[in-house]
Design a protein around this ligand. Sequence first.
Ligand SMILES: Cc1cc2nc3c(=O)[nH]c(=O)nc-3n(C[C@H](O)[C@H](O)[C@H](O)COP(=O)(O)O)c2cc1C
Length: 187
Amino acid sequence: MKKMINPGTLLTPLPAVIVTCGTMEKSNAITVAWTGIINSIPPMLYISVRPERYSFGIIKESGEFAVNLTTSALTYATDFCGVRSGRDVDKFQHLGLTKQKANLIACPLIGESPVSLECKVREIKELGSHHMFMADILCVDAEEKYFDSKGKLNFEQMGLITYSHGTYNATGSKRGFFGFSVAKKKK
Ligand SMILES: Cc1cc2nc3c(=O)[nH]c(=O)nc-3n(C[C@H](O)[C@H](O)[C@H](O)COP(=O)(O)O)c2cc1C
């Protein structure tokens, strides 16, 4: 039996990404859990950000941001970027994060993140508490050491984390692969 409870944001687990914005000189980083892929061709994602965040104005003005995937090693930084504002602290400096130059946008990528997605805002939708930035993924920057010999990215080796209603959790316990439920067994 399931018990009916009030409507809430109980979709879980989610990625908790660090979104970088601004320029190489004047940058900021904000943790975002309200994010996801919204289209395949062209590749698009969204981030929902409250207008009161320092990052909000920066992203709205520049129309650019990068989504940096987070790992176990970045858990502390993920939390810190989500509880301190760039109005008060230089988060890159405080956390000792490496600013890496992006290819197609002005804002820095986080060097310690294994995968960064460079994004350009296409549309902003006011939803209520948050405004949703719908953006094109212009390119993806992935750490070389995670490519296998066939040029495929090995996400299992990255030690990515998820966010599950208040806690950060490690990923990595494989249970299947796309299509395995119908795949022919190898003899
Ligand atoms: C795990 C986690 C997820 C968060 N997700 C969001 C989010 O999706 N959207 C948002 O506006 N704020 C989110 N926040 C809060 C912001 O990251 C936080 O207010 C941050 O300090 C804002 O930084 P800024 O003022 O430098 O932009 C999240 C915080 C944490 C810890």
